[in-house]
Design a protein around this ligand. Sequence first.
Ligand SMILES: [Zn+2]
Length: 163
Amino acid sequence: MEQHIDNIDFSRKSKEIHDIIRLSDFKRLQDLCLNLEDSIAFVLKGFENKHREPCLELTVEGKLDLICQRCTEKLEHTIFLKSGFLIKEETQLTDFYIDDHAVYDLIEGSVKMDILSLIEDEIMLSLPSAPKHENVNCHYKKTDEMLDRIHPFADLKQKLYKN
Ligand SMILES: [Zn+2]
């Protein structure tokens, strides 16, 4: 896969890339995940909007094994995200129709835009900041020691009358 594209040319020519990326290729994301064999699928499409401005649409799908912040066990996380980008060209900086662009993120025009890093940014932004299992599914268990601390006198009666 080509990792860098000329994003304005890509949009103007309505190019498309469909591909799959191993999690191990994402340097930042892999620190948050357990299984680096996992991969995500993406589609990057270039097009022009009705003002003939260059745009990109990115769709990302996949399943990641995050780490539960309560029990540190595996937490399956499904990713399905769709993002739109409007590419800023030097000549067009002034007269944007804001309403038309509300759903787009602005990105810089570049002859060498890094696709991996764009995808990684989008995934990172979509992840929960402290991923956790639902309570009933969590593997976190109170230890006996903790239970003793919570109910220190639970067996006091027994001890008192033992003799
Ligand atoms: Zn958990």
